[in-house]
Design a protein around this ligand. Structure first.
Ligand SMILES: NC(=O)c1ccc[n+]([C@@H]2O[C@H](COP(=O)([O-])OP(=O)(O)OC[C@H]3O[C@@H](n4cnc5c(N)ncnc54)[C@H](OP(=O)(O)O)[C@@H]3O)[C@@H](O)[C@H]2O)c1
Length: 290
C-alpha cells in the first residue's frame, strides 16, 4: 500500500535512522521534515523528499503534514516540548493523518516519575485525546549517548554520576527498525512499546567495550552528583536541562533502568544489537578527532 510518511527530527540521532529504515520499505514516500535544506541533502534518495519544518513556525507544520498518511513525531529536548508536540498533533488531526508514531521514553507512564517522562506522557495524552490512531515507542537510554553526550574525554575517561547502576541501553538503529515496522504495518494502533537493548550494563562495562572497539584505554570515572551538576552548568547548559539530566542519571544510578524487553526482536524479527555491536560499528566516533 503506497503511503507518505512525515519524519520529524529527521536530522537527529533517531530520525536519521528512521529515514534510512523507511527508505528501504517498498511503496513508501518518506517526507523528511527539516529546518534547513542543506541538512537534508545527505538524507535524500529516490523515495525521500525534504519539506520545510520548524516547530517554532506553525505555517511550516501545516504544510508539512498536508497529504501525509502517517507521522513519526519526535520532539526536541526543549523546555516547551509539550507545546511543540501539540502543534504537530493538532495539525496532523486537521490534515487527516491516519496514524502518529511518537518517540517517547521508558518510564513515561510512571507517576510521578521524572520531568522528562512527564513531558513525554503529557504529549502522549494529547495524542490519545486527539482521536488519531497512535503507537508510542518508549525506548531506554540510547547507546549513542556515548557518542553525542558523554564520549570519553581526551584523557580516556568517561565522567558520569552513575555509580554502579546498570542500564539497558539501546542502539538507535533498533529503535528506528521498530519505528519503520510500526509505520508501515497494521496492528500497532493503541500500543505502547518499551524498547531496550538485550542486556543491562554498567558504565564501567560500557567504557570497557568502547575501549576494546576503539583501541583506546577508556575508563569510567564515577563523579559525585554535585560535581556533575556543576560541570554541566559550567558548560553553559541551562538549569532546567541540568536538573532533567541529573534526574535521569539518578534513575540509572539507583538501578531502576536495567529491565529488558523482547520487543525489538518480536517487532523486527532480529535481536537488538549488543553494546559490543554498537561500539564496533561506531568505533570511528571515538578514534577520529572532531
Ligand atoms: N537520548 C536518550 O537516551 C533518550 C532516551 C529516550 C528518549 N529520548 C527522546 O528522544 C528525543 C530526542 O531524539 P534524538 O536524540 O534523535 O534527537 P537529536 O539527535 O537531539 O535531534 C533533534 C532533532 O530535532 C530537530 N529540531 C530541533 N528543534 C527543532 C525545531 N524547532 N523545529 C524542527 N525540528 C527541530 C533537530 O533538527 P536540527 O538538525 O535542525 O537541529 C533534530 O533533527 C527526545 O524526545 C528525548 O526525550 C532520548
Amino acid at each position: 500500500m503506497a503511503s507518505t510518511i512525515l519524519v520529524t527530527g529527521a536530522t537527529g540521532t533517531i530520525g536519521s535512522e528512521v529515514v534510512k529504515a523507511l527508505a528501504a520499505k517498498p511503496g513508501v514516500t518518506v517526507r523528511v521534515a527539516v529546518r534547513s535544506a542543506a541538512k537534508a541533502e545527505k538524507l535524500l534518495g529516490a523515495n525521500v523528499v525534504p519539506v520545510d519544518f520548524d516547530y517554532e513556525k506553525p505555517d511550516t507544520i501545516a504544510a508539512a503534514v498536508k497529504g501525509a498518511d502517517r507521522v513519526f513525531l519526535l520532539t526536541p529536548f526543549a523546555q516547551n516540548q509539550v507545546d511543540l508536540g501539540k502543534l504537530l498533533i493538532d495539525a496532523s488531526k486537521a490534515a487527516g493523518v491516519k496514524h502518529i508514531v511518537k518517540l517517547s521514553a521508558v518510564g513515561a507512564d510512571i507517576e510521578p516519575g521524572i520531568q522528562l517522562g512527564r513531558w513525554h506522557r503529557a504529549i502522549e495524552k494529547l495524542i490519545e485525546a486527539s482521536g488519531v490512531a497512535y503507537t508510542f515507542l518508549r525506548p531506554a537510554n540510547f547507546m549513542d549517548n556515548f557518542i553525542h553526550y558523554y564520549p570519553p574525554a581526551a584523557d580516556g575517561n568517561i565522567y558520569l554520576p552513575l555509580g554502579t547502576g546498570a542500564c539497558s541501553y539501546i542502539d538507535s538503529r533498533d529503535i528506528a527498525a521498530v519505528a519503520a515496522a510500526v509505520l508501515t504495518e497494521d496492528g500497532h494502533s493503541g500500543k505502547a512499546y518499551v524498547l531496550t537493548g538485550p542486556a543491562a550494563l554498567t558504565t564501567a562495562e560500557a567504557a570497557s567495550a568502547i575501549g576494546k572497539a576503539s583501541g583506546r584505554d577508556i575508563h569510567y570515572v564515577d563523579v559525585p552528583e554535585a560535581a556533575a551538576s556543576k560541570g554541566m552548568l559550567e558548560m553553559q547548559m541551562p538549569g532546567w536541562m541540568v536538573d532533567a539530566m541529573m534526574e535521569l542519571h539518578g534513575i540509572v544510578k539507583a538501578g531502576y533502568a536495567s529491565a529488558t524487553t523482547q520487543l525489538v526482536e518480536q517487532l523486527t524479527g532480529h535481536a537488538p544489537r549488543t553494546f559490543a555491536d554498537f561500539a564496533r560499528d561506531r568505533a570511528a566516533a571515538w578514534t577520529t578527532k572532531s
